[in-house]
Every structure is written in structure tokens, then in C-alpha cells.
Design a protein around this ligand. Sequence first.
Ligand code: FE
Length: 162
Amino acid sequence: MKRNILVVLLFWLLILQACGQNKENQTAKKMGKNFEVKKTEQEWQHCLSPEQYRVLRLKGTERAFTGKFYKHNEKGIYICAGCGNELFKSETKFDSGTGWPSYYDAIPGAVVLETDYSYGMIRTEVLCAKCGGHLGHVFDDGPQPTGLRYCINSVSLDFKKQ
Ligand code: FE
């Protein structure tokens, strides 16, 4: 009897593990295709910090109010920490009060949008158009002239001062 339970438990563990691996492969596959900058997961791990890798490549989120660009107000251009692609101009940055750097517009062609169904929500994910790195999400409660709020992880960004 005990042995049967053990076999069933082992079986479920194997299935769960297989599902997890499958999901990981799908993410890697999706992120690796059709982007100009292509790197293996190993190469990304090598050139990014663990926190950058977690957010950019594994679609993580940095803790609110902790990012280096949340209260950053210099003039310049915010670029992708993964590939250097120019993403947001400082003129479009505004204080959203959310704890993440927010912009009402992206530089034309710099980002691509995808529907994100994770965590039981329907959101629009913002990816770097060059490397596919996860930047954050975009919402439609931003200020004029666009009415958009690009809610971006600081750790996905670097800054070029003007
Ligand atoms: Fe990039």
C-alpha cells in the first residue's frame, strides 16, 4: 500500500517537472526568435547581473520603490540594459507614484507589445524590439498626449546622459 502511494507521488513529481521544463523552453524559444540580438541563455546569464537576468530574460519584476531610475530626473535617453537599444526619452518620463519609472511614450520602433496572461490578469507586456528583453507593462491610465503609462523596471534600463 505504502509503495503504491510512493509510486503515484513519484509519477506526479515527474509530470510536474516535465511541465515546468516545457514552460521554460517555450519562454526561451519565444524570446530567442525574430529578434535582432540573439544570445543563448548561458550568454545572457554571463553578460547580465542575476537581477537583470531575472527581470529581462525571465520576465520578473523588481520591487516597487527600489529601482535606481524611479526618482531619476536627468536629461537623456533610457536604453535597454540587455542590448543598448534606445527606448525612452527623459522628456516622456513622469512621476506615476507607482514605484517604477514611468513614461507616456516610447521611442518609435523601440519596443514591441505582447498580451500577457500571467498571474490571472490580462496585461500588455513591453519588450525591447531588438533583444526581446522584458521591460515592463503598458497601461492606458497615463497622462496626455498619449494617455499611456509605460511601467518599466529600472533594472531593465541604463541611461545615456545628454
Ligand atoms: Fe534590448
